[in-house]
Write a protein that binds this ligand. Structure first.
Ligand code: IMP
Length: 198
């Protein structure tokens, strides 16, 4: 079965490919569909954005699609940056800009609790088949730690490992991450669709 990953982000593509490998899927990405119109992520929930992206991309490509939307929810900031994690420091900002802004907003705050959440949606043209969620509890560090990964990786310390995502190998991050957890839950839905088609 062909499966479209609704992203161009190379970091995410390699993470997702590693998690889905072994499922006999032919994985395509937005790079295979250069004319695909940009999906506007204008919903105020992760699920709303993931489902919109999966549905619109499946409709355009004609291929079953999975799309994800992720947010970092910081308790002391009432859930910010949350759904707006990609543009926390403004439109067209860099990952670094976002980290700098978050560390500055957290200056002097002792409650550093945060959670990373991903929602993954699996859709066919015209229908969302399933939506799953993965959550990892952790905290915002006082400064950047580690040099791997992307986004907020170097300032998010996962509770269960006591280290930031940026200190973990790809394999280790893929074992515990919010995205991995949401993807693991969607795999049975993909498999059951795949076997329906045989
Ligand atoms: P998206 O919905 O997956 O594009 O994620 C929104 C934003 O959250 C991204 O722009 C990144 O800044 C951040 N983000 C998403 N996934 C991760 C991750 O695994 N580690 C660190 N930051 C992430």
């Amino acid at each position: 079965m062909k499966l479209l990953l609704a992203t161009r982000n190379r970091d995410k593509i390699s993470e997702i490919e590693e998690i889905l490998c072994g499922l006999s899927l032919e994985i395509l990405t937005y790079n295979n569909f250069p004319d695909l119109p940009e999906v506007i992520e204008n919903k105020d929930t992760l699920a709303g954005n993931a489902e919109k992206k999966a549905l619109e991309s499946a409709e355009f490509s004609g291929i079953p699609t999975i799309a994800d939307d992720t947010g970092l929810f910081v308790e002391a900031l009432k859930g910010a940056p949350g759904v707006y994690s990609s543009r926390y420091a403004g439109e067209n900002c860099s990952y670094k800009d976002n980290r700098v802004k978050l560390l500055s907003e957290m200056k002097g705050i002792t409650n550093r609790k945060a959670q990373f959440k991903t929602v993954v949606a699996f859709a066919f043209p015209g229908k969302v088949i399933a939506t799953t969620e993965g959550i990892v509890e952790g905290e915002i560090t006082e400064q950047e730690i580690g040099d791997r990964g992307f986004g907020y990786d170097s300032i998010f310390r996962a509770q269960e490992t006591g280290r930031t995502y940026a200190e973990m190998s790809d394999k280790e991050k893929n074992t515990i991450s919010h995205r991995a957890r949401a993807l693991q839950k969607i795999i049975p839905k993909i498999i059951s669709h795949n076997s329906d088609k045989k």
